[in-house]
Design a protein around this ligand. Structure first.
Ligand code: SF4
Length: 335
């Protein structure tokens, strides 16, 4: 009998809300998933589906007000992060769990050199002298393959290209040897040619540091190449959860199928027989406007039935390790 590896992080029934003039927005609505040690789990969906808010919730960085984590548990190494004091949480952030953001320019401070900023990241969590922190900053820049690291360590962020800035962010993120690295759209702001370099670097750092990665992306092409498990989100909820190969060959939720159909090389048919490139019709609804009760994808779903508009589909097992939340699965079982 094989035993499933223990998850390194478990998100259980997470609820994160934003209180706005237009009403309460349930940005993350009952989200449950777990990440096993050493996995790269991709959280996928269009803008506004709650991926980044999930990442901020894990690190307890949701701006309050207007946001608030209203319920659920985030269990890391046996402790619910939502119950830790602010002091305990500061020790975890950037140390055991660190994050790389989409736009490094907004995360780096323009008035300090990158050496100052990496050194500060080290000294926040380790009591080492300034000189040691500076030497380690150069080593970290070497590790992330920054060209000419001894000179670049003295540079200010504006002197670096977008790809170099993202390398600095990764150097800061791994400075204290985190167990989990959250990468929120780490290549979205970069040229296509640089994207592959940054993702290759992320994968190498993951292996060298023995990290587990939560990769947030809207790009299923990136998922296919770099992740081994996927959680698809729509309107704050999980709609499908499976190993990557299973998801790409046997997607069950119409939204997942639509996302896959948008990426031509992921369609598992010869190019001559491939249907034309499509897009998922419509847009992610404003979560303020969503009724609670029906399937949130119903307004965009070509297969919606009457019950879809009235009852929320529960997560249903497809095969072991693969779940989807769609009434079509129940219809198929009953047929
Ligand atoms: Fe479409 Fe209904 Fe499935 Fe929702 S539950 S995805 S509306 S078929």
């Amino acid at each position: 009998m094989t035993t499933e590896p223990t998850p390194v992080l478990e998100v259980r029934a997470l609820e994160t809300c934003f209180f706005t003039d237009a009403g309460t927005v349930g940005a993350v609505d009952g989200l449950t998933f777990s990440i096993r040690k050493g996995d790269t789990l991709a959280l996928v969906g269009e803008s506004g589906c709650g991926k980044s808010v999930t990442a901020l919730s894990i690190l307890r960085l949701v701006p309050d007000p207007p946001g608030r984590i209203a319920g659920g548990e985030i269990v890391f190494e046996g402790r619910d992060l939502l119950r830790l004091s602010s002091r305990e949480m500061r020790r975890i952030r950037g140390n055991a769990i660190s994050m790389v953001f989409q736009d490094p320019m907004t995360s780096l401070n323009p008035v300090f050199t990158i050496g100052d900023q990496i050194s500060e990241a080290i000294q926040t969590h380790e009591s080492v002298p300034r000189r040691t922190a500076w030497r380690r900053s150069v080593e970290l820049l070497e590790l992330v393959r920054m060209p000419d690291p001894h000179r670049r360590v003295h540079d200010y962020p504006h002197r670096l290209s977008g790809g170099m800035r993202q390398r600095v962010m990764m150097a800061m993120a791994v400075a204290c040897g985190p167990k989990i690295l959250i990468a929120d759209e780490p290549t979205t702001a970069l040229d296509v040619t640089i994207q592959a370099q940054v993702l290759t670097l992320l994968d190498r750092l993951k292996r060298e540091f023995g990290m587990t990665v939560l990769l947030i992306t809207h790009d299923l092409g990136v998922v296919a190449e770099w992740a081994n498990r996927v959680v698809v989100m729509y309107a704050g909820r999980k709609v499908e959860d499976a190993p990557v190969d299973e998801m790409l060959t046997n997607p069950k939720h119409p939204y997942t199928r639509g996302l896959i159909a948008c990426v031509p090389h992921l369609q598992a048919v010869p190019s001559a027989e491939r249907p034309p490139l499509t897009e998922v019709p419509g847009v992610v609804p404003s979560i303020v406007e969503l009724g609670r009760g029906g399937c949130p994808f119903a307004p965009r779903c070509a297969q919606a039935m009457a019950r879809c508009r009235e009852q929320m589909p529960p997560p249903t097992a497809v095969v072991e390790g693969h779940q989807a939340a769609c009434w079509l699965l129940e219809e198929a079982t009953e047929a």
